[in-house]
Design a protein around this ligand. Structure first.
Ligand SMILES: *Cc1c(COP(=O)(O)O)cnc(C)c1O
Length: 409
């Protein structure tokens, strides 16, 4: 008799976005004709930069000609893209990363979800709360957790993010082996300082653990003192894998291009305690299960590193950052405590009531949709997330309505 992977039965259905949709539909029915502004979206809204579009078109034309047509490319990505990434995103910032340590993929979601395959089931896994759910659910599927009780899975070491630690988890009190981190953070918008990140790298070196560092939002960092990459920290090459994406950086959410960095010096240990490098393991995994990102998409991503492309992508992020500033200022003026909104497209707001209560208040009184923080973990209760991914006009109108509604509430 064929049996299923029973770990899938432990997964909690995510009702978050369907619950939001239900409440919005009910509101719309009760208030026909009322305009609703959605500030809950984690997806970009502006089109691709012109430099990327031009490169994309040129590459499509190459595919139409037998002289320049390309079939399967290298699974790890074309050299032209890996070299520009290594040079611009790392070496130019004193982070020692080689092109062949970069693996081009179709998304940081897939990479952060798949990476756990190269690690033992017996590892103790540390995951932040609140969290981007991919890290957690993929470890549940793999069987690294016990049952789900009171909002948490057994056998996961949850790292609480709260106002007390400025939404940057403290070093764990119990030993851990695999550590997930994301900065600038989704959902809290929090950033990590160089000093704090160095403490984590030191911890990983001392305890022989590995840090999985999700830097999908690094393009939003404008404060020069903050690290963009974990490899800007001494020693990180030996203990960290980093994930990046063109999704939020350059509007590629629908185009799909990202990369993982697995330094050749980064290692874990076999059952005899002998050092095993992770690069050949990930290379094997990646080339066995993935056949490469399409050529035109890699050319479009390469265009991000041209002079015009880098200026245009910076303008994209600046546009969303100005939205974030407007949202942050409005919520601060109303007396709410917020994190994020600077160096991040997300604003995380203490609603001074439960998450869904604040969600309902903003929907009913202002017609504005946000994301309840409780959907991201136990520690998200009481908070909401507002996203800056929207038009300036929508953001300005929404914040005006929120101000009017809450001033009279
Ligand atoms: C959006 C996002 C990503 C990017 O995912 P892609 O699959 O590259 O589109 C990665 N991590 C976090 C935390 C995100 O919010």
């Amino acid at each position: 008799m064929i049996r299923i992977n029973h770990h899938y039965l432990k997964l909690q259905s995510s009702y978050l976005f369907s619950d939001i949709a239900k409440r919005v539909a009910a509101y719309q029915e009760a208030n026909p004709g009322k305009d609703i502004i959605r500030l809950g979206i984690g997806d970009v809204t502006l089109p691709l930069p012109p430099a990327c579009i031009e490169a994309f078109h040129r590459a499509v034309d190459e595919m139409a000609d037998s002289k320049t047509f390309r079939g399967y490319g290298p699974e790890q990505g074309y050299g032209f893209l890996r070299e520009k990434i290594a040079q611009t995103d790392f070496r130019a910032r004193n982070a020692d990363i080689d092109p062949d340590e970069i693996f081009i993929s179709d998304g940081a979601k897939c990479d952060t979800g798949n990476i756990q395959e190269i690690f033992s089931h017996s590892n103790r896994v540390a995951i932040p709360d609140p969290v981007y759910p991919v890290y957690l659910d993929t470890n549940v599927m793999a069987g690294r957790t016990g049952a789900y009780r009171n909002g948490r899975y057994e056998n996961i070491i949850y790292m609480d993010s709260s106002r007390e630690n400025s939404f940057v988890p403290d070093l764990p009190k119990t030993p851990v082996d695999l550590i997930y981190m994301c900065f600038p953070n989704n959902p809290t918008g929090a950033v990590i300082t160089r000093e704090k990140l160095a403490q984590w790298v030191d911890y990983a070196v001392k305890t022989k653990s590995v840090i999985l560092y999700d830097a999908a939002y690094c393009a939003f960092v404008r404060d020069d003192t903050l690290p963009l990459s974990i490899y800007e920290i001494e020693g990180a090459r030996n203990v960290a894998i980093e994930f990046r994406s063109f999704s939020k950086t350059a509007g590629f959410t629908g185009v799909r291009c990202a990369y993982a960095v697995v330094p050749k010096t980064c290692a874990a240990y076999d059952k005899n305690g002998d050092k095993q490098y992770l690069h050949p393991l990930w290379n094997r995994r990646h080339t066995t299960k993935f056949n490469g990102v399409s050529y035109p998409v890699q050319r479009a991503a390469e265009a991000v590193y041209t002079e015009a492309g880098s200026r245009q992508t910076k303008e994209l992020a600046d546009y969303y950052l100005e939205n974030a500033r407007i949202i942050l200022q409005a919520m601060n003026e109303l007396g709410y405590e917020c994190t994020g909104g600077q160096n991040s497209p997300y604003i995380w707001i203490d609603g001074k009531t439960d998450s869904w209560g604040f969600f309902d208040l903003l929907l009913d009184k202002a017609g504005v949709v946000v994301t309840p923080g409780s959907g991201f973990g136990v520690c998200g209760e009481g908070y909401i997330r507002i996203s800056a991914f929207n038009s300036r006009e929508n953001v300005e109108t929404a914040m005006k309505r929120v101000k009017e509604a809450l001033a009279s509430a």
